[in-house]
Design a protein around this ligand. Structure first.
Ligand code: NAP
Length: 280
């Protein structure tokens, strides 16, 4: 029997990651011999850790907090969506040089449009956060045809820089794009996306409930118990609250396709993952 191809998620923290479960389900579903683990990485040791994993036979990895901005610098090739984000959540260790990609945005868009059955086209979107996740999702939200996207971030200059980088794309697609102060994020948005690490840190919603329009969709990219306060906050304000599990599965399916050339079915895996997280 041949040994399975090895992949991993590399980050800090990483112990909570559900990616090994998701990729085990994808491997079973597609019949691919894949072994997917977690690699905890010290904050100043990203490059050495990834190179050691590749040297040990790894075929590729996912990259999570806080290394997404470092990942493209290790690659010989960077896909267009990762280049726009200046952040990557996927590395593939090709024999002729590594390739960096970013599937966070397409994962979020697919979760909102397909799994939550909510259109993005024409709607007013508030994006909270301009870290690795915020950077990855802005381009695909614009490409999905949002009417308007407002970006706010605790450090305002990062939101402004992210918006500047996407101004040409937004202009070409007729999307109104602006950065705003986090304490003045506007009111009545149709879709509010918390792409900040506030829930991960146990902090409350970084924006007030007035950001939520009537029957707004409020998505926290976090999931599990850490997302519960944000989801409760949104529900109390009358919004439809959604955690980050759907995005997690969708971005993982895109990564699996990037590495293996096969796109797994996501619906049964999301269902199994929800049951697993609820039982934990
Ligand atoms: P990151 O690169 O470390 O960026 C963190 C972001 O959160 C920055 O914008 C930071 O603002 C902001 N922030 C941190 N603490 C905050 C607080 N207490 N209040 C307000 N803003 C705060 O992390 P990331 O990669 O963007 O990840 C962000 C979150 O998304 C994490 O919880 C991660 O688990 C989640 N995520 C989920 C998925 C999924 O598939 N569901 C995918 C990607 C990420 P400053 O710029 O001011 O530091």
């Amino acid at each position: 029997m041949t040994a399975p191809d090895r992949y991993a998620v590399i980050g800090n923290p990483v112990a909570h990651s559900q990616s090994p479960f998701i990729h085990a389900e994808f491997a079973r579903q597609t019949g691919h011999a894949v072994a997917y683990g977690r690699v905890h990485c010290e904050v100043d040791a990203f490059e050495a850790t990834v190179r050691a994993f590749a040297a040990g036979g790894g075929r590729g990895c996912n990259v999570t907090v806080p290394f997404k901005f470092e990942a493209p610098r290790l690659a010989a090739r960077v896909t267009a969506r990762a280049a726009l984000a200046e952040a990557a959540n996927i590395l593939r260790f090709d024999a002729d040089g590594w390739t960096a990609d970013n599937s966070d945005g397409i994962g979020l868009v697919r979760d909102i449009e397909r799994n939550a059955a909510q259109p993005i086209a024409g709607r007013r979107v508030l994006l909270v956060g301009a870290g690795g996740a915020g950077a990855g999702v802005l381009g695909p939200l614009i490409e999905a045809g949002a009417g308007e996207v407002v970006v706010v971030n605790r450090t305002a200059a990062r939101a402004a820089a992210l918006v500047e980088r996407h101004r040409e794309l937004a202009g070409a697609l007729g999307v109104v794009l602006a950065a705003a102060p986090i304490d003045d994020p506007g009111a009545g948005h149709d879709i509010v996306i918390n792409a900040s690490a506030s829930s991960l840190q146990g902090a409350p919603s970084p924006v007030p409930a007035s950001v939520l329009g009537r029957e707004a969709l409020a998505v926290d990219l976090m999931y599990g118990p850490a997302a519960a306060p944000f989801l409760a906050w949104a529900g109390t304000a009358g919004a439809r609250a959604r955690d980050g599990l759907g995005m997690l599965v969708e971005q993982a399916a895109e990564a699996f396709h990037f590495w293996r050339g096969v796109r797994p079915e996501t619906a049964p895996v999301l269902q199994a993952l929800r049951a697993r997280v609820a039982a934990a």
